[in-house]
Write a protein that binds this ligand. Structure first.
Ligand code: FAD
Length: 352
C-alpha cells in the first residue's frame, strides 16, 4: 500500500511514523517543503535567539519512511503533483499542510520559518533603544513579545491587540499581563491598520513609530485542498468524516491545522491526537476492522512568558477554559514537557 504524507510538521511527521509502524506493508513517503522539521511552537524563540527550532527531517522519521523535499501543487485522482513537475501515486494520502499567515504589508510574520528568519536577522541588527511592535493579542503575540523583551532588554517592546490575553481565564490572564508589564512590554488595546516607513497607523487613529513590526497572528490554511477540488469549510479546512477522511475522497485523511473538525483550534495539541487517530483508522481499515471515530480531548493552553515564567491554563476536553492554571517555574516545566513531548512524540509516534 502506497501512503503519501504531505507536510512534515507535528501532524504529518506523527502520522508518517505511526502508519509505518502500524500498517503492515505500507510504503510511506513524506513530501515536505523544507529539509528540516520545524518546531513551529518555538519560532518566537528562534526569533529571539533562544532556540534553533529546526531539526533535520530525516532524523525525525522512522527507518523505511522515505522523504521528498518539494511542494505539492495539486492532489489528483490517486496522485500528487509536485512543483518540480514530478508526480507520486498513492493508495492513501495524509494531508498535513498546517496553517498560514496573512501579514499586513510592512510587517514580518512570526508564524512561518521564512518570516521567523527575517525577523531574527532584523532583530539582531536593531540598536538598543529601538522599538519592536508585536501585533496580535493571542498566545503567539504574547509569547513573542515576552521572548523578545526577555532576550533583548535594551529594546522597547510594544504588544498591540484587541483584548490581549483573552484566551486565558481571569487569574491566568492577570498573571500574563503582570509578567508582560514586569518585562517592560507596553500593552496597547488597539489594531494596526497600516505599516509604512517605520510608522504604524492604529485603528484608533493614533500613529506610533516602530523599527520592526512582527505579525503574530496565524490564520487561514493553504489553498491546496480547495484548489484540488476537496470540500472545504469557510476557513478552507478539509471537511472530514468522523475518521478524519475527506468527505470528497475517502482515500485522503486530513490532520492538524488543515482539518475541518468543529471546535478544534490550531495547535500541536490538535495535530498529534488527530494524526494518531487517522493513522489508527487506516491500520484498522487495512485489517478489515471498524475504525474508531476521532474525538477532541484538550487538556491545557500553555503560554511562555520569557524564559523564566509561563502560564499553563487548564481546559475542559472541548477546550473551554477552567479557572485552574499553573504559573512560574511549574508552568515553565510544563511548557518544556509540551515542546519536547510534542517533538519527540512526533518522531517516535509514542504509544505506537
Ligand atoms: C510562535 C508560535 C507558537 C505556538 N505555540 C503553540 C503552543 O504552545 N501550543 C500549541 O498547541 N500550538 C502552538 N502554536 C500553533 C502550532 O504551531 C500549530 O498549530 C502546529 O504547528 C500545527 O501543526 P501541523 O502539523 O498541522 O502544521 P505545521 O506544523 O504548520 O506543519 C505543516 C508542514 O507542511 C509543510 N507544507 C505546507 N504546504 C505544503 C505543500 N503544499 N507541500 C509540501 N509541504 C507543505 C510546511 O512546510 C510544514 O512543514 C504556535 C504557533 C506559533 C507560530
Amino acid at each position: 500500500m502506497k501512503v503519501v504524507v504531505v507536510g512534515a510538521g507535528y501532524a504529518g511527521t506523527f502520522a508518517a511514523n505511526r502508519v509505518a509502524k502500524k500498517v503492515r506493508g505500507a510504503e510511506v513517503t513524506v513530501v515536505n517543503a523544507r529539509p528540516e522539521f520545524v518546531e513551529r511552537i518555538r519560532l518566537h524563540q528562534r526569533i529571539a535567539g533562544t532556540a534553533a527550532a529546526a531539526t533535520p527531517l530525516t532524523s525525525m522519521l522512522r527507518a523505511g519512511v522515505a522523504s521528498r523535499i518539494g511542494t505539492v501543487e495539486k492532489i489528483g485522482d490517486g496522485t500528487v503533483l509536485l512543483d518540480d513537475g514530478e508526480s507520486l501515486g498513492f493508495d492513501h494520502l495524509f494531508l498535513a499542510v498546517g496553517s498560514t499567515v496573512r501579514p499586513l504589508a510592512g510587517t514580518v510574520p512570526v508564524g512561518t520559518w521564512e518570516g521567523a528568519e527575517r525577523a531574527r536577522t532584523a532583530l539582531a541588527a536593531l540598536p538598543a533603544g529601538s522599538t519592536v511592535t508585536v501585533v496580535g493579542g493571542g498566545p503567539t503575540g504574547i509569547e513573542t513579545a515576552a521572548e523578545v523583551a526577555d532576550a533583548r532588554p535594551g529594546v522597547r517592546v510594544r504588544l498591540i491587540g484587541s483584548s490581549v490575553a483573552a484566551c486565558l481565564s481571569g487569574g491566568a490572564r492577570q498573571r500574563a499581563l503582570a509578567a508582560l508589564s514586569r518585562l517592560g512590554v507596553e500593552v496597547v488595546d488597539d489594531g494596526v491598520e497600516e505599516a509604512a516607513d517605520g510608522v504604524l497607523r492604529l485603528r484608533s487613529g493614533r500613529e506610533v513609530p516602530s523599527a520592526l513590526t512582527l505579525w503574530a497572528i496565524v490564520e487561514g490554511v493553504p489553498e491546496l485542498a480547495a484548489r484540488s477540488g476537496l470540500d472545504v469549510d469557510a476557513e478552507g479546512r478539509v471537511v472530514v468524516d468522523a475518521y478524519l477522511r475527506s468527505v470528497t475522497d475517502q482515500r485522503i485523511f486530513a490532520v492538524g491545522d488543515c482539518a475541518g473538525v468543529a471546535g478544534s483550534r490550531f495547535g500541536c495539541q490538535t495535530a498529534a491526537p488527530q494524526a494518531r487517530a487517522a493513522a489508527d483508522a487506516l491500520a484498522r481499515l487495512a485489517e478489515g476492522r471498524e475504525p474508531e471515530p476521532y474525538a477532541l480531548r484538550y487538556v491545557a493552553r500553555c503560554v511562555s512568558l520569557g524564559r523564566k515564567d509561563a502560564v499553563a491554563q487548564f481546559t475542559h476536553p472541548d477546550d473551554s477554559l477552567k479557572e485552574s492554571y499553573l504559573k512560574g517555574g511549574t508552568a515553565v516545566a510544563f511548557k518544556r514537557i509540551v515542546y519536547t513531548g510534542t517533538k519527540y512524540g512526533s518522531r517516535k509516534a509514542i504509544g505506537a
